[in-house]
Each structure stands twice: as structure tokens, then as C-alpha cells.
Design a protein around this ligand. Structure first.
Ligand code: GLC
Length: 742
């Protein structure tokens, strides 16, 4: 049986299934059998085999979700292969978002590593662990560009930047599908949520999105195109409506763009219940209308709801849905199952030896946690802590011992029993040399009962240094968990203030699923490490980092606003006609009484907060320091189709080795549509010894300078281009080149 080409030839209008068996199978199947393949069911509360066995046996479903008992999966696959009408095996789906039993940092934290290769390797481990249970399909990577930290699902994203998200999405797709779709330890990946989900109004999950054509093509679509070009097996539609058309019924997106223009040959799956929700949105009148709209748009597989099973056959018989729509969908589903090798081995890894897989997963979890952490402040070189200079350490905060909470959102199968909390990590590392005293102070991250703060103050007053673990429990981010106020929750700000007043060095470690607004605590912390939700090995990584056995290298994949009122606030924004001048600092209290109307400056700023973020995209400190010099370009002018080489000298000016993420930003200052003030176009992780200098080079091809323009598609326009290279999006080392117009 030849492996079919899942990338449909965009020039072939008729479906061209290259796997003869698929066509033979299609020819024998009834309409009802075909619609069964377009349906995915969940076991609900019942035992999976009891709940789903008959649906599989009668060919009513072709995929299942949330069954991770290998015995049940194997039995359901046996029923599918041996007892169902055509012996078609099942897709077995699960949200393996950032690990299976062994949990990696949340994707936002993995993005902070700026290490796509590490993300790829960690995803191979997640796939391998999941495959041990018979799961063969994950609903990841989530690649929604996220510019609003109020949105709970920013935790699942790779942040605000197009280029970084493209790199991470590609890496994760390649990681999940690492040895090929039919390999035992691989799982089919799923690019989600197509598209624009992250633009939900006010950061409320599922809320309306209004995205211009330019923003859609220049910001939200590119990561999905990168995933399709990387061979992603599936795409999931977003719950949200895009300018009035819910993505699940959006034919211009799902068929005209995704399939006809991009040549995507895999399957499109709805999100959970998103087909019947078309009626809730107000697009359709009932489930039959919803099924027809989704089928027409190009949704091949319905997740969890049953409108296809209930209404698609009659819709075809009534001529409301052409039979070819069904045939195209089913052929794609069957081709994917052929490509995954399910007909011959539906649970290829279920007997594999788990120990090596788990060992490898823990190694990836540790390295990912280490590289995801971002050092945001380090006054007076508070960090790394020096064992010889301290005797007693106060370990404060409920998240210090949060082995479960540090796993973050979407950890259905995460095992908290193997999770190393910060408290355990510190005990393992220095418990024999130093006196460690743990005081949670607050019952949970949300607790407003301040009675424990006094105990914490007493513990701190007797210690040489305070390690203060702050942030959010896992439940405060993820799906349907948006926050309108993103300060540290509960009484944590009071806790910081009380501990600062003790007068000992206070090292903050924040575990959270989003950027938090920290202006109200920053001046009371001597040092701050942002650990996101670091996963299973978070505690071991934090201990090694705090005591200098590892050097922080993480950089922010998302902007940190000063206050929630600044949102949306992101680095690759437009200049506007009245950009705030850098030195503009206006605070509402300083405004003179009866100040004249225009006396405060007329620009895009707020009267009551600085117009800059607390921490900018790409920011992150090290225990050493780096300097950039001698930025030069290979040529002052290039033509379309050529490239310019960008060189810079990077020096480690500190006293220890460290890793810097060198970032390349570009601006097109004059174009047919306004372009961002700068855009990330390259990055490299460079490790240098103390005192070492190295030339770092980027090759910038004119393809990277293209942008989408309504009515003209992706275009490249001549003119001057600006380049910056540095350690964050405020990089100042600047050069220009000219793109010729012949
Ligand atoms: C959820 C999420 C989606 C997930 C799916 C299956 O509602 O939106 O990301 O993969 O359902 O759990």
C-alpha cells in the first residue's frame, strides 16, 4: 500500500486519493458509514469500552477523545478493526499540550527559552509518553498569537510575536510527528485554533474577534502556514467568530485558503461542540443548519457533538450538502489513518518499555524548565545565592510547595507525584548545607486571609535571605480562565510589602500562566525570576538556577504591561501619526491645575501611566553581562530575491559564561500599508565564556521583508529598511540598507 500524499495538489480541483485502498474502501461504504468516520465521541463518565464500544462496532464513530487507559484503547481498536463494518481503526485524541505524564513548562514558558530545538525534543518525549497509552493524536501545538495577558489561553500560546511563534509551532509539529506519522512513538499533531482566537475582545475567552484582513494575514495566519508547511496532520477550528463568521463555518478560511491556496491535505476537526455553537453564535437556526454550514466550510471531523451523525445524511439526501463534500472529508480522514499506519498497527507503542521514555522526558522537562526561566531583576547581584555566605533561608509562599500547581494548565495526565516542587528542589540541593525554613503564609495564591503573614515575617527576620514564591495557581489560566485584573492575586502584594519591610534580601520567584502586572511589587523585590508554570522538573531547575549551577538565559516571549489598562500593549505595534516621544513621562498627579488643553503633548499615551511596558518583548537578564558592537551589513543595497548578511560582535563582559539570545529586528518605514515599528526576523542562542567575543551573523533574505496587502497578496516593496540587533526588542544598535526596485 503506497503512502498517500496528504498534501493535496492545489491545482487538482477533483480530490485525488492516491491510496487505491482508500478509494476501494470509499466505494464500498454507505453514506452512513462515511458520516460515521466524520464523527468523534468521548466516553463521558462511563467506562470507555461500555460507552463507546457499540458506536465503534456499528461504524458510527471514527475517532475518540479522552480515553487513555491502554487496555480500553486496545479493545476499542480491536473492535474497530475486527467487528466494525469496514475494519477502519480509530483516531485516538488527547490534549497533550506540554507533556503527558511528565510535564514540560507551559508553552508560553517554552517559548521563553527561544530554543526551538529544545521544544522539538521535548515534544518528542511528550509524544512517546502519550503513545504508550494508545493515544495517536494530540490537539497541539496551539499557535494563537496572544497580545492580551488577561486571556487565560495565553498560557498555551507562544506569545505575541509572529516569527517566534512560527519557529516554535514548526518545532512542536516536528516534535510530535518526529519519526513520521506511522512511527510507534509519534502522534499526529494539530494546529489550533484556526484562526485569530487570541484576539478575543477584552481577553475574555471565546469572545468576538474583529481582525482586519491585513492583521489576519500578517499576524494571525503565518504560524498556521508554517505548521502546514511542516506537514501538520490536522487543523482545529476556533470557537470564536471572525468578523461575524464563526471559524467553524468559515469556508474562505477552511477551504479556499487552507486547502486551495496552501495545499493542506490533512484533516480539519471542529473544536469541542463548536458546530452546534454556530446556532448559539446566531449564524444557523438549528443543529441541521449548523452541520450543513460546517460541512460546507470544510470541517471533516466533528468533535464531541453529534450534528453530523444526526443531520448530515438527510442534508445530503435533500441536496443541501453535495456528496462530494462527504467523500472529500472521508477520503482525507482515511488517508490520514493510512499514513499513520493505523490499519496495520493501531496501538504500535502500547507494549513499549516506559522507563527509557520517562527518563528522556524528565531530562527534557528539566532542561526546558531551566531555559524557560527569565531573570527580570537582580539588584546588587543578589543572585546567584552563595552557599558560603548564608546559613538560613526563608522559603515563603504557598506556591513554594506547589508540586501540582507548578504543572500549569492542560495537564490532564500530568503526574503530580513525580513533580518536584521548589521546596523539594531546594531541600534536595542545599538542605544538607543550609537551614531552610518553609512558611506558606497564605493558604493559596488567591487567599486573602493575612493571618499567616506575621509568621512569614518572623521566619524572614531570622533568615539571611528570603525566597518568596508568588504567582497563580494552575486554575487561574488556561481555557475559560481569563482575568480582568492581572495583579498578583489574593493577599500576595501585602505579603511582599510585609517581607520587604523586614530588611533582608528578598528574591521573588513567580509561577504564573501569563504576564502579571507587577508595578506594585517590583521595588520591594531585590531579584525576580519568572518561572511561568515550569512543569515536573520546575523545583530542581529553580534550585539550580538560584544557587548558580545554571545561568538564566530566558527571554520574554510577550510584553509585560505596567497596568492592565495599557492592554493591548505589544512591541511590534504601529507607529501611529502621533507616537509618544521616548522622554514623555506624564503622571496625572503632576499635571498643573488648569493646564492648557495642548500643554501635555498630543500623542498616543495615557495621562496616568508611562507609555512603555514594565518589561519589553525579548527582555531577560543573565548572571553575566553582554555587550553588542560593530553592527555591519554585507551590502548597502540589495535586489528582490537576494539577501543581506547582518553581522554583530557579541562580548561576554561579565565574570562567568552565559547564553545570550541575540535578536534581529527589521522595520519597513515606508510601505503601501503602515508596518510595525519593528519586527523580529531572526534570533540565535549564543553561549560565551567570560570575556569572549564572537561575531554573530544573520542572513536576511528579501522574502522576510514581504507583507500582505489587500488586493495584492504578499508583496515586496523597494525602499529603505532599518535593522537592529540586540538582547531585546528595545535594541539600539542600528543600521539600514536599501532594497532596489529593478
Ligand atoms: C477544548 C479546547 C481545545 C481542546 C479541545 C479538546 O475546548 O478549545 O483546545 O483541544 O477542547 O479538549
Amino acid at each position: 500500500m503506497t503512502t498517500p500524499n496528504t498534501k493535496a495538489d492545489p491545482n487538482v480541483t477533483e480530490f485525488d486519493a492516491t491510496a487505491p485502498d482508500v478509494m476501494a474502501l470509499m466505494g464500498a461504504m454507505s453514506l452512513g458509514d462515511k458520516i460515521g468516520q466524520m464523527s468523534l465521541a468521548q466516553p463521558g463518565e462511563g467506562h470507555p469500552v461500555e460507552a463507546l464500544g457499540d458506536l465503534v462496532r456499528t461504524g458510527k464513530i471514527g475517532a475518540i477523545i479522552n480515553v487513555v487507559d491502554p487496555v480500553a484503547v486496545a479493545e476499542l481498536q480491536r473492535i474497530a478493526l475486527e467487528e466494525s463494518p469496514y475494519g477502519i481503526p480509530l483516531l485516538v485524541g488527547r490534549d497533550v499540550i506540554h507533556g503527558f505524564k511528565t510535564i514540560m513548562p507551559i508553552p508560553l514558558g517554552q517559548a521563553a527559552s527561544w530554543n526551538p530545538e529544545l521544544v522539538r525534543m521535548a515534544s518528542t518525549s511528550a509524544a512517546a509518553e502519550a503513545s504508550l497509552t494508545g493515544v495517536n493524536w494530540t490537539y497541539a501545538p496551539m499557535m494563537d498569537i496572544s497580545r492580551d495577558p488577561r486571556w487565560g489561553r495565553i498560557a498555551e500560546s507562544f506569545g505575541e510575536d509572529v516569527f517566534l511563534t512560527c519557529q516554535m509551532s514548526k518545532a512542536m509539529v516536528e516534535g510530535f510527528q518526529w519519526e513520521g506519522l506511522s512511527a510507534p512513538a509519534s502522534v499526529a499533531a494539530c494546529a489550533k485554533h484556526f484562526v485569530g482566537y487570541g484576539a478575543a475582545e477584552s481577553g475574555r475567552d471565546y469572545a468576538t474577534t474583529n481582525i482586519s484582513e491585513h492583521e489576519l494575514h500578517n499576524v494571525y495566519l503565518p504560524p498556521f502556514k508554517a505548521a502546514v508547511d511542516s506537514g501538520v496532520a490536522s487543523v482545529m477550528t476556533s470557537f470564536s467568530d471572525l468578523d461575524g463568521i464563526p471559524a467553524t463555518a468559515h469556508r474562505p478560511l477552511l477551504t479556499d485558503l487552507l486547502r486551495d491556496q496552501w495545499g493542506f491535505g490533512g484533516i480539519v476537526v471542529s473544536d469541542w461542540n463548536s458546530i452546534p455553537e454556530l446556532t448559539t453564535h446566531g449564524l444557523t437556526a438549528d443543529d441541521q443548519g449548523a452541520a450543513i454550514a460546517a460541512a460546507h466550510a470544510g470541517v471533516d471531523l466533528e468533535m464531541a457533538s453529534d450534528t453530523y451523525l444526526s443531520h448530515l445524511a438527510s442534508a445530503v439526501e435533500d441536496g443541501k450538502v453535495p456528496m462530494e463534500v462527504i467523500d472529500h472529508a472521508v477520503a482525507r480522514l482515511l488517508k490520514l489513518k493510512v499514513e499513520m499506519g493505523l490499519f496495520s498497527a493501531p496501538c504500535p507503542n502500547i507494549e513499549a518499555e516506559p522507563s527509557n521514555i520517562k527518563k528522556r522526558a524528565l531530562e527534557h522537562a528539566y532542561q526546558s524548565a531551566l531555559e524557560s526561566m527569565v531573570l527580570l531583576k537582580n539588584e546588587h547581584h543578589t543572585l546567584p545565592l552563595k552557599k558560603e555566605q548564608i546559613k538560613k533561608v526563608a522559603v515563603i509562599g504557598p506556591l513554594a510547595d506547589g508540586a501540582y500547581e507548578q504543572l500549569g494548565t492542560w495537564i490532564f495526565d500530568g503526574d503530580p507525584d513525580i513533580s518536584i516542587s521548589a521546596w523539594a528542589g531546594l531541600q534536595n540541593k542545599v538542605g544538607g548545607d543550609l537551614e531552610l525554613v518553609f512558611e506558606p503564609a497564605l493558604e493559596t495564591s488567591r487567599s486573602r486571609d493575612m493571618t499567616g503573614i506575621q509568621r512569614a515575617v518572623e521566619v524572614a527576620s531570622q533568615a539571611d535571605v528570603v525566597l518568596l514564591f508568588l504567582g497563580e495557581e494552575a486554575i487561574l489560566s488556561g481555557e475559560a480562565h481569563s482575568r480582568a485584573d492581572i495583579d498578583l492575586p489574593g493577599a500576595q502584594v501585602d505579603l511582599v510589602k510585609s517581607l520587604h519591610a523586614v530588611g533582608k534580601p528578598v528574591v521573588g520567584v513567580i509561577m504564573a500562566g501569563r504576564p502579571l502586572t507587577l508595578s506594585n511589587v517590583m521595588d520591594q523585590l531585590d531579584a525576580l525570576v519568572y518561572a511561568w508554570h515550569p512543569g515536573t522538573m520546575g523545583g530542581a531547575a529553580i534550585a539550580d538556577l538560584l544557587f548558580g549551577d545554571a545561568v538564566p538565559s530566558g527571554k520574554l516571549p510577550v510584553t509585560f504591561p505596567r497596568v492592565v489598562g495599557q492592554i493591548p500593549l505589544y512591541y511590534n505595534a504601529k507607529n501611529t501619526g502621533k507616537p509618544p516621544t521616548p522622554e514623555l513621562v506624564t503622571y496625572i498627579d503632576d499635571i498643573p491645575v488648569r493646564a492648557p488643553q495642548t500643554s501635555l503633548g498630543m500623542s498616543a499615551f495615557h495621562l496616568d501611566v508611562a507609555h512603555t511596558p514594565l518589561f519589553c518583548f525579548g527582555y531577560g537578564l543573565s548572571y553575566t553581562q553582554f555587550s553588542y558592537s560593530n553592527l555591519r551589513l554585507s551590502r548597502p543595497k540589495i535586489q528582490a530575491g537576494e539577501h543581506v548578511d547582518v553581522h554583530v560582535d557579541l562580548t561576554n563582559t561579565g565574570d562567568r559564561s552565559g547564553t545570550e539570545v541575540v535578536q534581529l529586528y527589521v522595520r519597513d518605514p515606508v510601505a503601501s500599508i503602515t508596518r510595525p515599528v519593528r519586527e523580529l526576523k531572526g534570533f540565535q542562542r549564543i553561549t560565551l565564556a567570560a570575556g569572549e567575543t564572537r561575531q554573530v551573523s544573520f542572513t536576511l533574505h528579501t522574502d522576510a521583508l514581504k507583507f500582505y496587502c489587500s488586493g495584492r497578496g504578499w508583496i515586496l516593496e523597494p525602499g529603505l529598511f532599518e535593522v537592529w540587533v540586540g538582547g531585546d526588542s528595545n535594541a539600539t544598535l542600528h543600521a539600514t540598507f536599501d532594497l532596489g526596485d529593478e
